[in-house]
Write a protein that binds this ligand. Structure first.
Ligand code: ARG
Ligand code: ZN
Length: 853
């Protein structure tokens, strides 16, 4: 155990310190002799010293390994071993390194390296887990071909690449594509498969499998379809074909993240692949489709072209998120996807970028890389790709990507390589654009307008507040998509992209008959905060007329935000014109139901808190909660006459189908039901609960009832029905907390942690309860501080078992400086308590220290 003092001195890694490894790794051969508490790993690795290498020292990473023996060219050696790895004298010529280590997968609760989950063996190596399996240069720029031999009693023994031989108790796999160790995977268990095949467009047949525990085989069909759609889409949209004979997906219950793109052997959190109408909601189906696509797309953006070092993480993640968003837009509705993504960006990335954890999309330093799998790197990283595409145009984007794959296939690359490809293929200078990668913080974009003699002028001013370590910010290139409407709501200027490069810059539009109404930042063309003095009348006008669906939604969102801010600050009644506009839209059957559902989804309470804070007010979570309740109640009353008709019209008949159109209808139906439940005492929701033959409707009914403080009987029935299904029980746990009134949230969450089905060892279950607590704005920030204390208690308890999930969950505290002094004091006290915990992990220590700073 390290002492708190030692933790404070945890090593920091810097981008500027990059040096290549001094050896080529020609080939890797691994043998696993599986045993729960004493797995033996034998490695045979061929190294060739690089002539004239800057760092010829032979250092192999290795953590918590029991070295049994080590040899070089068949002769026993005695390496110098530390907590981080080993060094050894090596020959000047190519040599064979052989080592045998023993590890204990059954005791591995951190779920990194080789561990066990529900009796099966499983690995997670990204980012630095391979060093917990054997001694190795565990860095992404060291790429090699792997041959893996697995000896075990399990029926199914899987690794990367193509199968070489399979027999009882033994399997051998060979992956012909050189890869870094973070893409290594091994799975062994008594699993069953859902098989299929896919023929690539050049005619190569690929065997596909989704491997699950017996009993789950009826939950694989949807994931398999999503996989085949992804394979086709990547061929059509990017010209990328699959490159092995087999593609395996495995579902695992205990997993720290969503899924992992190991070459030819993707490992998925079971919540991100298993789907059935009875157990999964529409939202689950959509998420599963997107994650399967994401991991599959990594085969080219991540695996064939990987990252030089972990500072370049956004090279693969930002691009792959962008690609999976394009895929979802093509499979479903592009505008609905865009709106949902922006809601998500504002909920997760904006607070990160505006708080103590703010970091550049390409960070320059870290202590624990696992702490940098963030919304900034993933989602803002994807926004950067979107801006680049908008600036160069679709055709030039495709051309640049072709060059990227051509030039860098088989390499470990940097952001410089990526931008160079665009510079070379378009002739554009991207020096200034690169600031998006280097500068943290969300730019604010102030807009002023003027009109004279048919000329309309928009003047933009950009600024970015200081972020940790970056006091001064330079102007960035901002693509601002703009359209203009006349007083009748007709578009007089179709969408055009203004390219802003200065701190302050004006753009003019000529030949206009009258002063237009601008629609600015269409499709949310840049991840910035738009600041514009505008009236609710104009917002209502855009909400009614804008041809850009994103900005229509945005206008409604702003109206809702302003209405709620006014309610919080002055105790005013909900704004009448807003309620009016909303009612019209909800009743407008010509509009996509999914869009109407989004219009009915108010800005989150955390968003309102942030908006209040930015305007110089201390957000009071209880008041924000009350305003949201009043607004919903008022809306329900005003819509009272139409609700039964709307409910009936949006009810999807016939057998459940997870397609986007049906899902959109059900989303609207669920919103209508929750409004109805405020008026009818829960009658309709109870009927829906009893009649539901799918989880979307069953869950929507239960959520509506519990939120209205009804539904005790249904909640018990739900528990009885689903207690044997882990994934459904996660929903049950989360909903108890999410639906609780603020004063009861912490108490209910606390009671649930005593429930026999609660366990610290399953990240999904932990997140179900603690994530719902942190996500309940008024409940978590209740003035008693009970929410803060409970979360800290559980984080402290989890840290010694699973540092990664603990550290991730610390982000619940990142917005603490928004709140009043008593709350800040309560939070600081809990953060200190966590930080002072003896033996605290490096992961959690880094997060808490940054948040406290
Ligand atoms: N590369 C995986 C994915 O995109 C996620 C891995 C997360 N790893 C981690 N250490 N947090 O989707
Ligand atoms: Zn990814």
């Amino acid at each position: 155990m390290t002492s708190p003092a030692a933790q404070a001195e945890a090593e920091t890694f810097y981008l500027k310190d990059y040096t290549p490894f001094g050896f080529e790794v020609e080939s890797v051969q691994l043998t696993f002799r599986l045993a729960p508490h004493a797995t033996r790993v034998l490695s045979q690795i061929r190294f060739t010293p690089k002539p004239g290498a800057a760092d010829p020292q032979f250092f192999l990473h290795g953590e918590k390994l029991n070295l049994i023996s080590a040899k070089i060219d068949g002769v026993a050696v005695s390496p110098v071993i530390t907590a981080e790895g080993l060094t050894c004298d090596t020959p000047a010529e190519p040599f064979l390194w052989e080592a045998e280590v023993e590890i204990d997968p059954a005791s591995n609760t951190a779920l990194e390296g080789l561990y066990m989950s529900g009796g099966m063996y499983c690995t997670q190596c990204e980012a630095e887990g391979f060093r917990k399996i054997t001694y190795y240069p565990d860095r992404p720029d060291v790429m090699s071909t792997f041959t893996v031999r697995i000896e075990g009693d399990e029926e199914v023994l899987l690794s990367n690449g193509n199968p070489v031989s399979q027999s009882q108790g033994l399997a051998e796999w060979h992956d012909p594509w050189p890869k870094p160790a973070y893409l290594f995977a091994l799975v062994a268990g008594d699993l069953v498969n859902h098989p299929d095949t896919f023929t690539t467009r050049s005619g190569k047949e690929v065997e596909l499998n989704i491997w699950v525990r017996p009993g789950d085989e009826d939950k694989c069909a949807f994931g398999m379809e999503a996989l085949k759609k992804s394979m086709t889409w990547d061929e059509e949209a990017y010209g990328r074909e699959y490159d092995l004979d087999i593609f395996n997906i495995v579902a695992v219950d205990d997993f720290n993240m969503g899924a992992m793109e190991n070459k030819g052997l993707n490992v998925f959190n079971s919540s991100c692949v298993l789907a059935s109408p009875e157990t999964s909601t529409d939202a689950n189906f959509e998420r599963i489709e997107a994650i399967i696509a994401h991991e599959y797309f990594h085969n080219w953006t991540g695996n064939r072209i990987t990252c030089r070092d972990w500072f370049q993480l956004c090279l693969k993640e930002g691009l792959t998120v962008f690609r999976d968003a394009q895929f979802t837009a093509d499979m479903r509705s592009a505008s609905v996807k865009r709106i949902s993504d922006v809601i998500d960006l504002r909920a997760r990335q904006f607070p990160e970028d505006q708080g103590p954890l703010s970091h550049p999309v390409r960070p320059e330093e870290f202590q624990e890389i696992n702490n940098f799998y963030t919304a900034t790197i993933y989602e803002k990283g994807a926004e950067i790709i979107g801006m680049l595409k908008r600036l160069v145009g679709d055709e030039a984007y495709r051309k640049a990507l072709d060059l990227y794959f051509d030039r860098h296939d088989g390499q470990a690359c940097t952001i410089e390589d990526w931008l160079q490809v665009f510079e070379d293929s378009t002739g554009r200078d991207l020096t200034q654009f690169k600031r998006w990668y280097a500068q943290a913080g969300t730019p604010r974009l102030k807009v002023a307008e003027s009109f004279a003699d048919g000329t309309y002028t928009l003047t933009f001013e950009q600024s970015t507040a200081p972020t940790p370590g970056q006091p001064d910010k330079d102007p960035r290139v901002i693509p601002i998509a703009v359209g203009l409407l006349n007083g009748n709501g007709d578009e007089v200027q179709p969408t055009t992209v203004l390219e802003m490069t200065q701190a302050k810059q004006s753009f003019t539009f000529e030949g206009l008959a009258s002063k237009p109404v601008p629609s600015i930042l269409r499709e949310f063309s840049a991840p910035v905060i738009l600041e514009r003095d505008t009236s609710n009348t104009e917002r209502a006008f855009l909400l009614a007329h804008d041809s850009d669906l994103f900005n229509r939604w945005e206008a409604g969102n702003a109206l809702s935000r302003e209405a709620r801010i006014a309610m919080v600050l002055t105790g005013a009644a909900p704004d009448a014109s807003y309620l009016d506009a909303l009612q019209k839209l909800v009743r407008d059957d010509s509009l996509d139901p999914a869009f109407r559902a989004l219009i009915l989804q108010p800005p989150s309470q955390s968003d309102i808190a942030q908006a209040l804070f930015e305007r110089g007010h201390l957000p009071d979570p209880q008041k924000i909660y009350d305003a949201a309740e009043t607004l919903t109640q008022t809306l329900a009353q005003q819509l009272a006459d139409s609700l039964p008709r709307l409910y009936a019209d949006t009810t999807v008949q016939g057998p459940y189908q997870p397609d986007a159109v049906s899902a959109g209808k059900r989303a609207l139906n669920g919103r209508i039901l929750s409004l109805l439940t405020r008026l009818d005492g829960g009658d309709q929701a109870s009927r829906q609960y009893d009649a539901a033959d799918n989880m979307t409707q069953q869950y929507a009914a239960l959520a509506a009832l519990l939120t209205a403080e009804k539904g005790t009987a249904q909640s018990q029935a739900f528990y009885q029905q689903w207690q044997g299904d882990r994934l459904v029980m996660d929903k049950w746990f989360a909903l108890q907390v999410a639906a609780a009134p603020p004063e009861a949230t912490a108490h209910i969450a606390s009671r649930l942690t005593e429930h026999p089905l609660f366990t610290l060892k399953n990240p999904n279950r932990f997140r179900a309860v603690m994530g719902a607590l942190a996500g309940s704005h008024a409940g978590f920030h209740h003035a008693s501080g009970a929410g803060y204390q409970l979360l800290a208690d559980k984080l402290i308890a989890l840290d010694s078992l699973n540092p990664q999930t603990t550290a991730r969950m610390c982000t619940a505290f990142q917005t603490w400086k928004r709140y009043d002094a008593p709350r800040q004091a309560l939070i600081r006290q809990q953060l200190r308590r966590i930080k002072d915990t003896k033996g605290l992990s490096r992961d959690t220590n880094e997060m808490v220290s940054r948040i406290l700073d």
